[in-house]
Design a protein around this ligand. Structure first.
Ligand SMILES: CCCCC/C=C/CC(=O)SCCNC(=O)CCNC(=O)[C@H](O)C(C)(C)COP(=O)(O)OP(=O)(O)OC[C@H]1O[C@@H](n2cnc3c(N)ncnc32)[C@H](O)[C@@H]1OP(=O)(O)O
Length: 382
């Protein structure tokens, strides 16, 4: 039963003849309650609407004595059942109960509205490289090293792992990843490879591969919808991970760049498997082998991005949209996301392992070391 329909059913014009002063007051309250009911913004649900309908009929017509509708006339039967269940409740009592019920609905809604108007944003403790907050059923994980273009150092990898594990279990309906400032993120912090003594190179590569595998696994296993809000340029691992997100919204200022061969490295984040599936092998090759940097419009046309928004209205439009998504039934979203992911989960973990093994070797290669040295030399020459 639609709420507006229920209101229409519950509140036809009625003419009641009252005699005593008390009953006139009660009648006034009853009429006021009918007006207030029209102002309710939220649908109170079928059960409440049936109760209101039944009390209204009882208050205005007395006990139900109309014939029972047929079994297949579900709406009429539900209404008849509700009214009939009031038995011989007096019309005064029905008016009283109706008025009380409307009043409780109005109070509940205005309490809820006050809460909605200024929902608390709670900030999670214990993070230095990211900001983690929860508001409107959304846990937001924000890369927060804007002065380094949000480059992901080892501490940030570990903090994101922790934040995703917590977000997977908290009360939020969806989780969002985004960046603070001009960049989404410039990808792996190349300092992760700097200042390593020759004897420690193998250990660096082994530990790096283990950390990367655990990091990517958290995205594969994340149990609820995970949305990337790409506020600006994205490089490297932050681009490959988009294939493991459920929705990707991008500002038209964002770009998407995976310069792996330029860095003597190889793809990660399951992109060697997911990118060809998402955009086709030919396009994936341009990105993953030949460093093609995509504009937001291209990334959307190639299927990597869900939707592109003008930068000026990006934050407003995206967060409004996400707030609405996050008010959908939480468990339904979670089981549906898990169902979709379950078809590929085993394969994705296998791809992740394989990509990490290849990268472990790459990080020890002259090609990779020379590329890292060039990056820092270029910087020092500027
Ligand atoms: C556990 C390990 C897992 C490893 C997983 C592997 C992942 C692969 C990848 O992610 S590959 C991608 C790696 N990223 C890059 O190659 C980007 C490198 N950075 C740049 O090319 C540029 O900095 C830029 C294009 C992002 C921005 O250029 P711009 O000229 O606008 O700004 P600056 O270069 O002056 O940047 C400001 C300072 O930030 C430092 N910085 C930016 N990004 C990184 C980075 N990824 N790693 C390290 N440092 C970075 C930059 O050096 C500047 O610092 P400075 O002020 O001290 O010079």
């Amino acid at each position: 039963m639609e709420f507006r329909q229920a209101q229409a059913v519950c509140i036809p014009a009625v003419h009641l003849h009252m005699t005593t002063a008390t009953m006139q007051v009660s009648q006034k309250d009853f009429e006021k309650a009918q007006e207030q009911l029209k102002l309710l913004k939220k649908d109170p649900g079928n059960e409440t609407k049936l109760k209101l309908y039944a009390l209204f009929k009882q208050a205005t017509e007395g006990p139900c004595n109309s014939p029972k509708p047929g079994m297949l006339d579900f709406v009429k039967k539900a209404k008849w059942d509700a009214w009939n269940s009031l038995g011989n409740l007096s019309q005064d009592n029905a008016r009283q109960k109706y008025t009380e019920l409307v009043s409780s609905l109005i109070s509940a809604e205005s309490a809820g509205q006050t809460k909605d108007a200024s929902p608390e944003e709670s900030r999670h403790d214990g993070y230095e490289t990211i900001i983690v907050t929860t508001k409107n059923n959304i846990t937001k994980i924000m890369f927060n090293r804007p002065e380094r273009k949000n480059a992901i150092n080892h501490q940030m990898y570990r903090e994101i792992i922790k934040a995703l594990q917590e977000a997977g279990k908290d009360d939020s309906t969806i989780a969002v990843i985004t960046g603070n400032g001009e960049y989404y993120t410039s990808g792996n912090d190349l300092n992760n490879f700097a200042n390593v003594q020759p004897n420690d190179m193998e250990k660096m590569a082994k530990d790096g591969a283990e950390l990367l595998k655990e990091f990517v696994s958290c995205f594969i296993d994340f149990p609820k919808p995970l949305i990337a809000v790409v506020n600006g340029p994205a490089i490297g691992i932050s681009v490959t991970l988009l294939g493991l997100c459920d929705i990707v919204y991008a500002s038209d200022r964002a770009t998407f760049h995976t310069p792996f061969s330029q860095l003597g490295q190889s793809p990660e984040g399951c992109s060697s498997y997911l990118f060809p599936k998402i955009m086709g092998l030919a396009k994936a090759n341009e990105m993953l082998l030949f460093n093609k940097k995509l504009t937001a419009a291209e990334a959307c046309a190639w299927g990597l991005v869900t939707e592109v928004f003008p930068d000026g209205t990006f934050q407003k439009e995206v967060w409004e949209r996400l707030k609405a998504y996050a008010s959908l039934p939480k468990n339904s979203l979670a089981v549906s996301k898990q169902l979709l992911r379950s078809m590929e989960k085993e394969k994705l973990h296998a791809v992740n392992s394989q990509e990490c093994e290849v990268l472990k070797e790459r990080w020890l290669s002259d090609e990779c070391l020379n590329a890292i040295v060039s990056f820092f030399q270029r910087k020092s020459k500027l």
